[in-house]
Design a protein around this ligand. Structure first.
Ligand code: 1PR
Length: 587
């Protein structure tokens, strides 16, 4: 499963293992023909690209109904292009330049392409060397087949099978974050990338081979070398998300859409060499007593001022702050609708508007959480968690984050040992891919004298408790920390990984808003126990706290709120400090 969102519409299609003998391109392109003179591909750098000769600023988008492609639409509009949607196969053949931001899983995407005739049109378009850019799944579908719920036959343009990353290689899967590329000589649209990071989010990848080496324009290393982009003639595809890769990503789109546009960067600028540690800005959002949606910030989850008025702390406007953090270099932005557990999020349209407006100008990944669960409103209408998530994705979210509902699902799973497939976590990750589902854990430290005092994972803590206790467990809470549950953070993390979470946002109520540093005991415990990325959260007060958490734990990212909102520490200072400590970050 790849890409940031997928496909409620796909649910009507069978995701069966498909007939491996029928690829749409097999009737058009035999393997022998590929790369031979029969094809109309031109040699790199000597091309007259149709798009460049056209004064038209229209780009055709193949959105096969798989959910959110809002991010790529926003990026194209930001670059001054208008969008024509493919309605029928003929629209592909008539396109001057075509972008295919594949979203969802491989099998349902191929089902759609096969059943609508779009697959065959795509093959003809590509065979004729027309300007094409595939993104993420839009790259993978070009290959012979994929192992994702398969084997499943692909378009068969490029030799090779798309397979899953092996977590046995000591890497966390999904591959989420900003990674370096090894760019070849004739990549052209990657001219501005140089040694900079671009944003990936995927669990499946294609591997370089003798058969496909002529197609490869860049590779990326993550446990192994995989294909991060292909290029032949006017046909390009990238495994990473240019629309989520900040200014560097926008330059990739710009150079595809307008190959004559001048290169903005010196090619070898930047120092990217591997997967960077991420610095995430978090905005806790809620409606204040005046009815305005504001960014707030708690001390150990208490967001009200300690004054007579006892007002909700107001630290700014969500869209403005998110835009500022994007400019300041945040690698991701998280919105947590902190009263979502009691207010129905789809009734809370301002939050949807926040996402829509933010995604117009912010080209890094956006996560949204709060209130993702099944819900019946006052009129008796039932909404599934999938509908809630779908609305968030459509509005511009790349990942959704589940708090309380994941705790209940994990408790149930641990008790019964059975995956029902019905929890919001399971349903959303099945449809949208586990890389799109974050579980937010809100644990509170509970000190004990002996490890056997409680039936939960207990660790020896660095700083003993108030009565000299040397041990603690981390009790999960729901409803914004208001209710403790009979499950520890360790047990929860292990369970939600099995239920389909792609990432863990690990808060700590004791440290929240204290500025004394992350709870590295907790972060180490959880990041050593799961194979998915862990985001350390709560307690950042100085840049040194970030280097400490990365040096002493296996956290993939660190998140902060208060220090950024109060402008105490700029994001760039955090990153410069991490670089000084030889911790790779995206600059
Ligand atoms: O349970 O699915 O509705 O999700 C609710 C979400 O809202 C959860 O992700 C939960 O963490 C969050 N939330 C609920 N109440 C609060 C609160 O503060 N009263 N915020 C809350 C959690 C914690 C962090 C915070 C870090 C960094 N906020 O996200 O941003 O602790 O802060 P710092 O750098 O200032 O220390 P559901």
């Amino acid at each position: 499963m790849d890409a940031t969102t997928a496909a409620a519409p796909f649910s009507s299609f069978t995701t069966s293992r498909q007939n491996l003998s029928s690829s749409p391109c097999s009737s058009l392109l035999s393997r022998k023909k590929l790369g031979s003179t029969n094809l109309k591909f031109k040699s790199p750098r000597s091309l007259s690209v149709r798009a460049s000769s056209s004064s038209d600023s229209v780009v055709t988008l193949l959105d096969y109904g798989a959910g959110n492609v809002r991010s790529i639409r926003n990026a194209l509009r930001h670059l001054g292009f208008s969008i024509k949607d493919v309605q029928k196969p003929g629209d592909i053949l008539n396109a001057d330049r075509l972008i295919f931001p594949g979203v969802g899983a491989f099998a349902p995407a191929m089902d759609v392409l096969n059943k609508t005739g779009m697959g065959e049109a795509l093959c003809t378009y590509i065979e004729n060397d027309r300007p094409f850019l595939g993104i993420c799944l839009g790259l993978q579908l070009l290959f012979d087949s994929s192992e994702e719920n398969g084997p499943v036959k692909g378009l068969g343009v490029i030799p090779g099978t798309v397979g899953r990353f092996h977590s046995s290689a000591g890497i966390r899967v999904p591959h989420i974050g900003w990674n370096a590329l090894q760019v070849g000589n004739d990549s052209e649209i990657l001219d501005d990338v140089g040694n900079r990071h671009v944003y990936f989010v995927h669990s499946y990848r294609a591997i370089p081979s003798n058969e496909n080496k002529d197609w490869i324009s860049s590779t990326c290393h993550y446990g192994e070398s995989f294909i991060s982009s292909i290029r032949r003639g006017n046909v390009h595809a990238v495994q990473f998300h240019p629309e989520k890769s900040g200014e560097v990503g926008l330059s990739v789109l710009r150079r595809f859409l307008d190959p004559k546009s001048p290169s903005k960067q010196k090619p070898m600028e930047g120092k990217a060499s591997k997967l960077a540690k991420r610095v995430i800005a978090c905005l806790d959002v809620r409606t204040n007593d005046k009815g305005d949606l504001v960014v707030t910030k708690g001390d150990q989850y208490d967001v009200r001022e300690q004054s007579n008025e006892n007002e909700v702390r107001n630290l700014g406007k969500p869209v403005d702050l998110a835009g500022q953090y994007y400019k300041d270099g945040a690698d991701e932005i998280s919105f947590l609708n902190i009263t979502g557990f009691r207010d129905f999020p789809l009734g809370d349209l301002p939050m949807i508007q926040v996402l829509r407006y933010t995604s117009e100008n912010v080209f890094v990944p956006l996560t949204v959480g709060g209130g993702i669960r099944d819900f019946t409103d006052a009129t008796g209408r039932y909404y599934s968690s999938l509908e809630v998530a779908a609305e968030y994705f459509r509005s511009g979210a790349d990942k959704i984050s589940i708090g309380s509902d994941a705790v209940y699902a994990a408790e149930e799973f641990i008790k019964s040992g059975v995956k029902t497939g019905k929890s919001s976590l399971e349903q959303i990750s099945r449809v949208y891919g586990n890389q799109a589902v974050v579980v937010s854990i809100d644990p509170r430290r509970v000190y004990v004298n002996h490890p056997e005092d409680v039936p939960y994972k207990v660790i020896r803590v660095t700083n003993p408790g108030p009565n000299g206790e040397e041990y603690a467990w981390y009790q999960c809470t729901v409803s914004g920390g208001r209710e403790g549950r009979p499950i520890g953070a360790y047990e929860l993390a292990k369970a939600v990984e099995k239920l389909g979470a792609g990432e863990i946002l690990l808060n700590c109520i004791d440290c929240d808003g204290q500025g004394k540093g992350f709870d590295t005991d907790l972060v180490k415990l959880i990041s050593d126990s799961v194979g998915i990325p862990v985001i350390a959260s709560s307690g950042a007060g100085t840049p040194e706290h970030f280097s400490e958490v990365f040096e002493t734990t296996n956290a993939s990212a660190a998140l902060a709120a208060g220090i950024f909102h109060r402008k105490e520490v700029p994001i760039q200072s955090v990153k410069e400090h991490l670089l000084e400590k030889s911790i790779e970050v995206r600059m």
